[in-house]
Write a protein that binds this ligand. Sequence first.
Ligand SMILES: Nc1ncnc2c1ncn2[C@@H]1O[C@H](COP(=O)(O)OP(=O)(O)OP(=O)(O)O)[C@@H](O)[C@H]1O
Ligand SMILES: [Mg+2]
Length: 478
Amino acid sequence: MNPHPKILLIEDDPGIVAGLKKELQSEGYHVATATRGDEGLARAREHACDLVLTDLKMPGLSGLELIEQLHAAKPKLPIIMMTAFGTTETAIEATKLGAYDYVLKPFDMGELLDLIAKAVASSRLMSEPLEMGQARSAQSAIIGNSRAMQAIYKEIGRVAATAVTVLIRGETGTGKELVARAICQHSKRAAQPFIAVNCAAIPETLLESELFGHERGAYTGAHSRRMGRFEQANNGTIFLDEIGDLSLSTQVKLLRVLQEKYIQRVGGNEKIPVDVRVLAATHRDLESAMQEQQFREDLFYRLSGVTILLPPLGQRREDIPELVKYFMHRSGPELEIKSPSIQPEAIAFLQSQVWPGNVRELENVVRQSLLLARGYSISLDHAQQAYTRTRKPVAAPDQTIAGYFTELLTRAQRGELAGAHARMIEEMERELYTRAIQLAEDNQAQAARWLGVTRTTMREKLIRFGLRATGEKPEQTR
Ligand SMILES: Nc1ncnc2c1ncn2[C@@H]1O[C@H](COP(=O)(O)OP(=O)(O)OP(=O)(O)O)[C@@H](O)[C@H]1O
Ligand SMILES: [Mg+2]
């Protein structure tokens, strides 16, 4: 990473320019300046920079116009607006147009520098590929420019540099692990170890020894002393994934480590000090787990110093085209497809589907589409087939509900499908609509009346479930 981020300062008051430039340079930033709005816009478009700091009122082009045009051209570039005309209106307008934040003149230099540091961190997060280390050789970036994701980048930027414990929540496949790695990578501990522990994947009896290590002879089979993950992560970061799956007794021990900052190996008395930053994630509803006494409240509060909630993919559909292209190019080489491409109708189709498995599911469908297209451009037909294939219904013909639930849960237990509830609702709905439209012999109004839904809903569902394709007979679900 270039240690000297570049800032473009657009301001017509020479006094402010001189003062700010000096401050910023002493903080290690490279500073370029422009005194007119239009000049600033041209400069920002032509030269790479990490952040733009702009005045509101200046000749050539107003700050708001500049924000609008620059944001359209470079959506990932953070823009901070400085304004003396501090009405909330302008501030809201600026944020709406894409400004990262704004400061009111006269401003507090410390606060401004702080804001700049955070904005630069989140901007780099978006433009730099993340090193994923370990098994994953391909570099991974966080993709998405939707408002919801922009807010996430800001949050990451805000917490990265601190030592605070972060709880990352969100449905399965929304990118929780990716965010954890991003936080680590943009923290002061980036060069130190990042250790990820999947608490759900390790049997309860082994988890404590995995986390805290054990002494020789601590239990049958403990032939030698073993260092735990916390010790391995010393001075670095530990990512406790699926934290909602911890047993109550491990929760107590974890809480003690967080409070007292030392660990004791299983079967040992020695108190070993550890300096570890903790990041945790879960897709579980911890609030109900607490109500059911399955998750300790004190641990919850300790972990959730800051909570980052990742939005489900369905709430940021505008990110889907970019994600699709990203996954196409990421999977292409592995599948030996040289220059993967996709037709606009296929993208539109993917954008309109339901995604209970979120980004991970989209990634699978894209891979499947690439395979089906065999090196040709992915068509609507490929995308539809891939989508149906990857979500082959769990239910077998005329299976009982109880049998279906057992099957579904067994699959969820084996980790073959994520989000059993969402999957069940979707499959039931799909089945219901399929049968209704068949029984109504394609009469949508009739089917809608039977189901007690509006015709608009009916139409939406038919498109969603691929039942109203280009004049074909409704497709069977199995
Ligand atoms: N915004 C994103 N940009 C690019 N790739 C993403 C994004 N979000 C998720 N992914 C990819 O989707 C997959 C799932 O992401 P990740 O493992 O971080 O999800 P998760 O929230 O931890 O899911 P789970 O709860 O099932 O563990 C990964 O391959 C990840 O690289
Ligand atoms: Mg995960």
